[in-house]
Design a protein around this ligand. Structure first.
Ligand code: CTP
Length: 226
């Protein structure tokens, strides 16, 4: 009997947190890594859903895509789909804070306070990772320093199976580039370095690393491993 395809949920891009109708806080994530992973997963024959923040990339072929704007929307869309997926890959660069007050009109410059009070946005990966059952959970860690140390801390604090660390900033900064160099942290192996290579090649290499873990946890309805 043919096993059903692996159900893969990918998040990508930045989120935006508005403080008036025309201004927001965000980051320079291009979404390229997440879109490349969604495409590579389709090539593997997986059933792929992509939840993306605002990016200028077209819908990848063969992927069901949901476009969102804020961290809260990202949380709601991921939470809905997480129980039904086999692997969650969180490349999204979610804003950690949002303005406490959102004005319903454009703030004129003479009324804008120089201090914007902020509150935390829910940590999607930590929240869904806590309730994981059979799912393989992959986080990304964007770091400016101590990549392995910080990515390892995130592996444990977010209850993830893998954390893919990449250096942000400087010559090699990953935001917006077409290539990338990462280190993959897991409980089973020493850190594995990949790249520099194109984000598309990297996506294929990453899925090859994640797949053996899926085979140990995902079974079809005959009870045999896929
Ligand atoms: N993440 C998340 N929800 C957030 C922030 C981040 O799910 N509110 C996820 C990201 O998608 C990524 C991982 O957590 O897979 C790590 O994100 P990163 O920004 O590197 O780390 P933070 O948890 O935000 O920690 P810090 O900013 O202190 O480095």
């Amino acid at each position: 009997m043919k096993a059903s395809p692996i159900r893969c949920l990918v998040t990508a891009g930045p989120t935006r947190e508005f403080f008036d109708p025309v201004r927001f806080l965000s980051n320079p994530s291009s979404g390229k890594m997440g879109f490349a992973l969604a495409e590579a997963a389709v090539h593997r024959g997986w059933d792929v859903e992509l939840i993306s923040g605002p990016v200028s990339l077209p819908d990848p072929e063969g992927v069901r895509i949901k476009r969102i704007v804020t961290g809260q929307e990202m949380f709601e869309e991921v939470s809905k789909r997480f129980p039904g997926c086999d692997i969650l890959i969180m490349t999204a660069a979610i804003m950690d804070y949002r303005p406490k007050l959102v004005a319903d009109h454009k703030i004129k410059k003479f009324e804008l306070e120089m201090v914007i009070e902020m509150e935390p946005v829910i940590d999607v990966l930590t929240t869904v990772g806590r309730d994981k059952d059979h799912q393989v959970v992959v986080g990304f860690a964007a770091e400016t320093n101590d990549l392995v140390g910080n990515a390892t801390k995130k592996l444990h604090s977010k209850n993830a199976d893998f954390v893919v660390g990449n250096i942000i900033g400087g010559e090699e900064g990953a935001f917006g580039r077409d290539d990338n160099r990462v280190v993959v942290i897991s409980n089973d192996n020493d850190p594995i370095e990949l790249g520099p290579m194109s984000k598309s090649e990297l996506a294929t290499a990453l899925l090859a690393l994640f797949t053996p873990r899926l085979n140990t946890v995902v079974t079809d309805d005959t009870g045999s491993a896929e």
